[in-house]
Design a binder for this molecule. Structure first.
Ligand code: S3P
Length: 437
């Protein structure tokens, strides 16, 4: 992705109102992919129509899946059945999306075909050995550059063999890539995770009729070669997107904001726990289950925030929320300490380094190590331009910071925001922000 669409976030007053978060990005990718290998027609409602998900849809079409957009958010996928994807004619461009690339490599690793995946400059710099290594054990071969990043060619296994894989890092993407490879593999594929991560893949596989067992000790077992049957899916709102208006309400005095229909997967709610510990007035109402995922409406009413220590075991449950948590920390009394953050260095940008540098430029006292971040509270000065570095969450985090800073914050390029939250500026301004795109 490229572009020169800058933005200015002006300091603003209290936020008020109700909004719906865009569809969950993780669930949207999985919905398209699993519908693509189910038998029959799957209707998906409230799909996130962000660029990352559109890249997944385009790749699946190139692999022979019929996909139709019926109306905004409502899509129909005519699946080809497990093992039914066909060889693409051209390179598959996964844009900015690590999830799309890694999960698709998993699916393709056990199809008898050859495909080449690439992506934008951010995605081409991200580690892929974490998936190519376990996927090779199924019998797939990978050809690419030194370092193993995209562009990467996968030659799918002719006769896949099931594996048992202990994840060296807590990663839902790697776990999912292995499980998706296990679909077109006879026998039982087993993944063991060191810490619990989001289990959207496991839930959705069961939704489509696969046998997936989650056991004590982080063991996940999938019985291979299931017949997946098309079933409707309603995509919950993305808690990682809802986090931006909710934190904005938590830092701007006298605000009260409700975000409705937010997914509350147990592997995604670490930010809510942390904000509560900081003293945020946060209420969850109307809790229900939609398409196998827990969902609720979240209201944040402003109250003063205090610093906290975020323990490393909470990191997987809020892995994408550290940029916005670091912003919340700048408005809290005291020093917030976050540890176990090594994985942040290999996200869409080096989020640990980029947040530390951006906050320091805004006048915040920060200290960074290889995998920790300390942020001193005190209203930030702002008055600078931040580079978003092809990272949607960096762009949104600094726009929220600008709303509460003393002086406006400028972002060089907010076009990456379209990967996950296409209506971010409109939604935030509707609640009372003063964002100028
Ligand atoms: C995701 C898992 C996380 C997260 C990413 C989405 C997923 O990545 O950061 O935005 O959909 O499985 P890792 O698995 O690399 O931690």
């Amino acid at each position: 992705m490229s572009g020169t669409g800058g933005a200015i976030s002006h300091p603003c007053g209290a936020l008020a109102g109700k909004a719906r978060a865009p569809g969950d990005k993780s669930v949207s990718h999985r919905a398209l992919m699993l519908a693509g290998v189910a038998v029959g027609e799957t209707r998906i409602d409230k799909l996130l129509e962000g660029e990352d998900v559109l890249a997944t849809a385009a790749a699946l079409r190139a692999l022979g899946v019929e996909i139709e957009r019926i109306e905004p958010g409502c899509w129909r996928v005519h699946g080809r059945g497990v093992g039914g994807l066909t060889e693409p004619e051209d390179v598959l461009d996964m844009g900015n999306s690590g999830t799309a690339a890694r999960l698709l490599l998993g699916l393709l690793a056990t199809h008898k075909l050859t495909a080449t995946l690439t992506g934008d400059a951010s995605l081409r710099s991200r580690p892929m050995r974490r998936v190519s290594e376990p996927l090779s054990r199924f019998g797939a071969a990978f050809h690419g550059r030194t370092g193993g990043q995209l562009p990467l060619t996968v030659v799918g296994a002719d006769v896949p063999v099931p594996i048992r894989y202990e994840l060296p890092v807590a990663s839902a993407q790697v776990k999912s890539a292995v499980l998706l490879a296990g679909l077109n593999t006879p026998g039982e594929t087993v993944v063991v995770e060191p810490m619990p991560t989001r289990d959207h893949t496991e839930r959705m596989l069961r939704h489509f009729g696969a046998c997936v067992q989650q056991e004590e000790g982080g063991v996940v077992r999938l019985t291979g070669e299931p017949e997946l049957t098309a079933r409707p899916i309603s995509v919950p709102g993305d808690i990682s997107s809802a986090a931006f208006p909710l934190v904005a309400a938590a830092i701007l005095p006298d605000s009260c904001v409700t975000v409705t229909g937010v997914g509350l997967n147990p592997g995604r709610i670490g930010l809510l726990e942390t904000l509560r510990e900081m003293g945020a007035a946060l209420a969850v109402a109307n809790e229900r289950v939609e398409g196998g995922e827990p969902v609720g409406d979240i209201t944040v009413t402003w109250s003063p925030l205090a610093a906290v220590d975020v323990p490393p075991e909470r990191v997987p449950g809020m892995i994408d929320e550290f940029p916005i948590l670091a912003v919340a920390a700048t408005f809290a009394e005291g020093t917030t300490r976050m540890s176990g953050l090594g994985e942040l260095r290999v996200k869409e940008s080096d989020r640990l380094g980029v947040m530390a540098a951006g906050l320091a430029a805004c006048g915040v006292e920060v200290r960074e190590s290889a995998d920790t971040l300390e942020v001193d509270g005190g209203r930030p000065r702002g008055g600078v331009q931040i580079e978003s570095r092809l990272d949607h969450r960096i762009a949104m985090a600094f726009m929220v910071l600008g709303m509460g800073a003393r002086e406006a914050v400028q972002i060089d390029d907010i076009t990456p925001v379209a990967t996950s939250f296409p209506n971010f500026v409109g939604l935030m301004n509707g609640l009372g922000a003063a964002l100028e795109a």
